[in-house]
Design a protein around this ligand. Structure first.
Ligand code: ADP
Ligand code: MG
Length: 222
């Protein structure tokens, strides 16, 4: 069985009339090391799909499994721990905590399962080095540029060595140069275990960096 399987995902929202169908039977299978970009117009359901893939939302019907676990069978109170163990998120806005340094921000996902270990501290430092921020570790977000903050967010997403990385328009608020940099980091950063990378974007140039792209249209991948 592939590491990630989304099968017949349907997402509907009730309305006074016909339910609004956002996802209409989406299938996707990926293995560790696969890197895919999802394109689609605004409102086509890209974020909805990513949220379902990342256990942040439930489909109306259909199933998602990750590393042989069916997401819908994970008890609610275990979801946060499952997410922090297996899934790294990168959003359009970096969502760094303003009162913490870059280094502390990278370590935040390690706190969901206790305090950070010395190994995690070393890993956080080496991730910040690999995103080019070795000399910014003690800076708070206010002292970093938008591109630098997003690089911290990339390091934060990778700290727990997730098997699945979900990026939702990660370069949406960056200029061309920083977008390309983030794209390269996402695609090339060294990890001990190759992860699955799913990246939503409406940047053609970011999508072009990926070996595989799909487009979400009328609730389906085309
Ligand atoms: P994208 O990320 O591709 O821009 P989204 O996944 O955010 O699109 O949204 C897809 C569609 O779902 C949009 O038309 C949006 O208005 C609708 N939508 C999202 N959340 C809700 C909700 N809670 N209730 C009703 N409609 C929603
Ligand atoms: Mg979106």
């Amino acid at each position: 069985m592939p590491d990630f399987v989304a099968s017949k995902i349907v997402k509907q929202y009730p309305t006074p009339g016909q339910p609004l169908t956002i996802l209409d039977g989406v299938d996707l299978e990926l293995d560790r090391g696969d890197q895919i970009a999802i394109l689609g117009e605004s409102g086509s359901g890209k974020s909805t799909f990513l949220h379902i893939a990342g256990t942040l939302d439930q489909p109306t019907s259909g199933t998602v499994s990750l590393f042989d676990r069916t997401l819908s069978t994970i008890p609610e109170k275990k979801l946060a721990a499952f997410r922090s163990e297996h899934i790294g998120f990168i959003f359009q806005q970096h969502h760094l905590l303003p009162q913490l340094s870059a280094l502390e921000n990278v370590l935040v996902p390690t706190l969901a399962v206790g305090s950070s270990t010395p190994e995690q501290l070393e890993r956080a430092k080496s991730l910040l080095e690999s995103v080019g921020l070795a000399d910014r570790m003690d800076h708070r977000p206010a002292l970093l540029s938008g591109g630098e903050c997003q690089r911290v967010a990339v390091a934060r997403a990778l700290i727990n060595q997730p098997g699945l990385i979900l990026a939702d328009e990660p370069t949406g608020s960056l200029d061309e140069e920083n977008s390309a940099l983030i794209g390269r980091l996402l695609l090339e950063i060294e990890t001990d275990n190759p992860a699955i990378l799913i990246c939503v974007t409406h940047s053609q140039s970011l999508a072009a960096m990926f070996g595989r792209t799909v487009q979400l249209k009328h609730g389906k991948f085309v």
